[in-house]
Design a protein around this ligand. Structure first.
Ligand SMILES: [Zn+2]
Length: 101
């Protein structure tokens, strides 16, 4: 049983699920500086199917900050990189796929 991938039911030596997932879902957390030295935390690289609005709401209440969605990125006011990383891991995002920049 251990040699069968639970996702695609192929033997593990044929399965590429893990590679696909890694390439698709590298989440980047970084800081951008705005006018007057304001810092914004950017969460980029989320799966396009993500419920961005829901995630933003959760980030805003957990970090007690303002935020917005810009395209497929989430922006939070202030520097919340470490907190965001911890939250993503807590919410089930694979730790290896989260990059702090
Ligand atoms: Zn597989």
């Amino acid at each position: 049983m251990d040699n069968i991938c639970p996702k695609c039911s192929l033997p593990k030596e044929l399965c590429i699920c893990e590679e696909i997932q890694k390439e698709e879902a590298i989440i980047k957390i970084k800081i951008e500086k705005r006018r007057y030295g304001r810092k914004v935390t950017i969460i980029d690289g989320l799966d396009p199917d993500t419920n961005f609005q829901d995630l933003l709401t959760k980030f805003k209440s957990a970090c007690a900050c303002g935020g917005t969605i810009k395209g497929k990125r989430i922006e939070l006011q202030g520097d919340h990189r470490r907190k965001v990383r911890k939250l993503l891991i807590k919410w089930g995002f694979p730790q290896d796929n989260i990059v702090l920049q």
